[in-house]
Write a protein that binds this ligand. Structure first.
Ligand SMILES: [Zn+2]
Length: 301
């Protein structure tokens, strides 16, 4: 079920993949849904804001997502966790789906899942729609106001919550939007001591100390099924890279958030092989104590 984006009264979804038709009107308050370029905009007042992300990033991100060691292996881990913990999922929402690269990986791994992707900035959704064609419902939405009720089996947020000041409010919203046995898969940047100019330029509100994501999810009504670090084997390289960024910034050299993805093909292949081994070991049951990211799977308690 979906609620009215204006008055939050619960309404039945219209027939078909899109929750609303273009001529939908709320029976309670009369509000309609604003469509831009064929995308339902549930928080149109937020479209032009720069809160939490610079939408120009999407143009650069889209170049790296399909080949970069980090994106490719993060997607492999996400799809493995999805298949293990939610093998019967029928409805999945990814908040902050950006250009749709994770949704594409999920569609490939679990083609029967109905996919919905939301993004605050519709500029990412233009890429997502090109990549996914009719394979996903795409919405412009503020994650702090997920207006679905008991709608999804799984909600994913992959490197999204660290951009949002009210991360706990988002987790409570996810809880309401999930079906009774539904759950979440969340990845976030880990360890405060890894903070660097890369976090500033990416508009991160925080990196998560060990245990914080689990505590916040439990407070929002979830029970933890799986928690591990990601990007553990390459952590020494990441520390070195971030230290270089700090030194460069002290020397007044302009920072570039995506410099870590700009590398030669052979180096990317080497790093990807290492991360592929790590993901394989995670799938085999290893829980990594430290790493650049934390990945948590949790179910509605
Ligand atoms: Zn209404």
């Amino acid at each position: 079920m979906w609620a009215c984006p204006k008055c939050h009264s619960v309404t039945e979804a219209s027939e078909g993949r899109e929750p609303w038709s273009e001529d939908w009107r709320c029976q309670n308050c009369g509000a309609g849904i604003e469509y831009r370029d064929g995308v339902a905009c549930l928080a149109p007042e937020m479209i032009d804001s720069l809160s939490g992300f610079d939408p120009q990033f999407f143009d650069i991100l889209v170049k790296y997502e399909e080949t970069s060691f980090w994106f490719v292996n993060r997607a492999a881990l996400i799809t493995a966790l999805l298949a293990r913990y939610f093998p019967h999922a029928a409805e999945l929402l990814e908040i902050g789906c950006g250009t749709g690269s994770v949704l594409m990986a999920i569609r490939k791994a679990m083609p029967r899942v109905n996919l919905t992707g939301s993004e605050l900035h519709p500029s990412g959704l233009i890429y997502a729609r090109e990549r996914l064609a009719d394979g996903a419902t795409l919405l412009q939405m503020d994650a702090r106001d997920i207006i679905a009720r008991s709608q999804f089996d799984v909600i994913g947020a992959f490197d999204v919550l660290e951009h949002i000041a009210e991360d706990e409010a988002v987790m409570r919203q996810m809880h309401v939007a999930l079906k009774p046995s539904g759950g979440v898969i969340v990845s976030v940047p880990q360890h405060r001591w890894l903070w660097s100019p890369a976090d500033d330029v990416a508009f991160h509100e925080r990196r998560y100390p060990r245990g914080e994501m689990e505590r916040k999810l439990e407070a929002a009504g979830f029970r933890i099924l799986h928690s591990t670090s990601f990007n553990s084997l390459l952590l020494p390289l990441m520390i070195a890279s971030r230290q270089m960024m700090i030194l460069r910034e002290r020397r007044g050299i302009k920072r570039d958030a995506l410099s870590e993805f700009q590398m030669s093909g052979w180096l990317n292949r080497v790093l990807s092989s290492v991360l592929r081994i790590e993901v394989g070991l995670t799938k085999a049951g290893i829980h990594w104590p430290v790493g650049g990211s934390r990945v948590v799977v949790a179910q509605k308690a």
